[in-house]
Design a protein around this ligand. Structure first.
Ligand SMILES: [Zn+2]
Ligand SMILES: [Zn+2]
Length: 246
């Protein structure tokens, strides 16, 4: 990408490193790719321990060894937690969250069983209600866990949690376009802030959101509700939540 091609987002808040063996890039490779692409920040959000192929809990406990900034790019110390059941419990709690600055919460096979539309929706809403650590609900547009998007968007607004439009999930056909459109229309209706994230498992695609952008354009989604178009806003939100200075 050349410098005149401005990225759609300034902060990619859902990124995986080779701490999980089904992802392929080091933190330094990710930071270099982020800088090259023009991102100002990204969140390192490897899979929390309930997921097969996730790193050991020590990965999360030791995140402070990674500099907060690498070559001018802010690296947030995050996790992609697993929603474990319909009560909305997640697999990152208590002191394991001490040094975590960003929490994506998602439903994944084989950790979370697939319920009815009502049960899946309740799982997400209970997760938001019971875990103030959660910042964003990851890829709820997936076909694997049908949900009521109106209820999700409304709950996100109520609990101050972001909804996510997930580039990888769209690109690799796990999130059908109609689900994404339904989520975006519901977020528009309730004025729920969203994040557009790549969920990259390879550094080369960090910050690139071409598939998601097409859907955003198709529904004429308001730019003011895309929170990570502006990295400053994201870093201010994280700084305030964790009482740190980013
Ligand atoms: Zn993964
Ligand atoms: Zn995920």
């Amino acid at each position: 990408m050349n410098n005149s091609d401005k990225l759609f987002i300034e902060a990619d808040m859902h990124c995986h490193s080779l701490a999980s063996s089904h992802a392929y890039s080091t933190v330094n490779e990710m930071a270099a790719a982020a800088k090259e692409a023009g991102l100002k920040a990204f969140a390192l959000t490897d899979h929390a321990p309930a997921m097969p192929d996730s790193p050991h809990i020590w990965h999360f406990n030791n995140l402070p060894v990674i500099p907060q900034q690498i070559d001018g790019v802010t690296v947030l110390r995050g996790v992609e937690a697993n929603i474990m059941n319909f009560d909305g419990e997640i697999d990152m709690k208590g002191s394991d969250l001490d040094d975590i600055q960003w929490v994506v919460a998602s439903c994944h096979l084989p950790v979370m069983k697939v319920g009815s539309r009502e049960e899946n929706t309740a799982a997400y809403i209970n997760a938001m209600k019971n875990n103030p650590s959660i910042d964003v609900i990851g890829h709820c547009t997936t076909m694997r866990y049908p949900v009521d998007f109106e209820k999700i968007a409304k709950a996100c607004r109520e609990y101050g949690v972001f909804a996510e439009l997930n580039e990888s999930s769209v690109q690799f056909k796990r999130s059908p376009e109609e689900n994404c459109i339904e989520l975006l229309n519901a977020c528009k209706k309730y004025e729920t802030n969203i994040l557009v994230d790549t969920d990259c498992h390879y550094a080369g695609i960090i910050g690139r959101t071409d598939y998601a952008q097409k859907i955003i354009e198709a529904v004429d989604f308001p730019e003011k509700l895309i929170f990570n178009k502006n990295a400053e806003k994201v870093l201010e939100y994280v700084s305030k939540k964790h009482n740190i200075n980013l």
